[in-house]
Design a protein around this ligand. Structure first.
Ligand code: NDP
Length: 275
């Protein structure tokens, strides 16, 4: 398959989700997030990843609304935060997010972190929110296999996505395989390890061979692996560079080399130890 910025994955064969998106964690509400989203849309992105936790949904919504792009051509993800989990509060959380976004629906609504005690109530609310058309797809984030098994035991709808920390220094292919066996798409957060992987010498050698940057190599690698990827930047040039990954291709050897860099080193909290 030839990859392009328009490449999508199909969530449960009904909803098309762009493989590349812009992450807006630690992007300030107001001008900062509005600019980042506008520059991303200008560069061809059609997928924005926010969360109630990020406190920038108003700016995301304003930027999308004024971009001159039909709402149904932009894929919006938001998430229910830990303190909002539970049946009624999850419903309130999405309604509040939609209010801030100024939208009638989001494309994907995720449980931000697992909490086995609340997962079944939270998920039942999410299934109903999807049935009511307030979100087109529902999924999870930071779920390891035991969290997924716990959810699946009571779920009517299988999650369409699991968004987890994933980059060359933290690869969890066993979890990817489990997700794929269940038709759950895998999505990488902190794909650039928040900048703390960009001086990796092996990646720098691969980047030099293609006359691109390490960030571009990582993003291209994830796309070739079929993993959804949402790099964050507030810098216009870096937003464009991160989407300029369709003019080169990594070889099988290069892909294998990147896979060999795994050292299970996280930049964020370990799922299950955080809530
Ligand atoms: P990333 O791995 O995307 O790294 C972002 C950092 O890298 C920023 O400091 C950015 O700086 C810098 N950067 C971006 N592009 C480049 C480039 N081309 N060259 C050099 N530096 C660059 O980290 P995030 O943690 O933000 O993860 C991405 C997204 O994943 C988040 O924004 C969020 O949407 C999601 N996420 C989800 C989580 C979850 O629990 N579900 C947890 C964490 C993140 P600058 O902005 O100055 O360009």
């Amino acid at each position: 398959m030839t990859l392009s910025i328009d490449t999508t994955v199909s969530l449960h064969e009904t909803v098309a989700m762009p493989l590349l998106g812009l992450g807006v964690f630690q992007t300030e509400e107001g001008e900062e997030v509005e600019n980042a989203v506008r520059w991303a849309l200008d560069a061809g992105y059609r997928h924005i990843d926010t969360a109630s936790l990020y406190r920038n949904e108003r700016g995301v919504g304003r930027s999308v609304a004024t971009a001159g792009i039909p709402r149904d051509e932009v894929f919006i993800t938001t998430k229910v935060w830990n303190t909002e989990q539970g049946y009624e509060s999850t419903k309130q959380s999405l309604r509040a997010s939609l209010n801030r976004l100024g939208m009638d629906y989001v494309d994907l609504f995720l449980i931000h972190w697992p909490n086995d005690e609340l997962t079944h109530d939270t998920w039942r609310a999410m299934e109903e929110l999807q049935a009511d058309g307030l979100t087109r797809a529902i999924g999870v984030s930071n779920f390891l296999q035991p969290h997924l098994e716990h959810l699946l035991a009571a779920a009517s709808v299988t999650p369409s996505v699991n968004q987890v920390e994933f980059h060359p220094h933290n690869q969890e292919w066993d979890l990817v395989d489990f997700c794929r066996q269940h038709g759950i798409e895998y999505e990488a957060w902190s794909p650039l390890k928040r900048g703390r992987i960009l001086s990796d010498e092996t990646l720098a050698d691969i980047a030099a061979a293609h006359a691109v940057t390490v960030a571009q190599v990582i993003i291209r690698w994830l796309l070739q692996e079929g993993v959804i990827v949402i790099p964050k930047s507030i810098n216009r040039h870096r937003i464009a560079v991160n989407a300029d990954v369709y003019g080169f291709e990594l070889s099988g050897d290069e892909t294998a080399t990147i896979r060999s860099l795994d050292r299970r080193e996280r930049i964020g909290p370990t799922p299950g130890s955080f809530f």
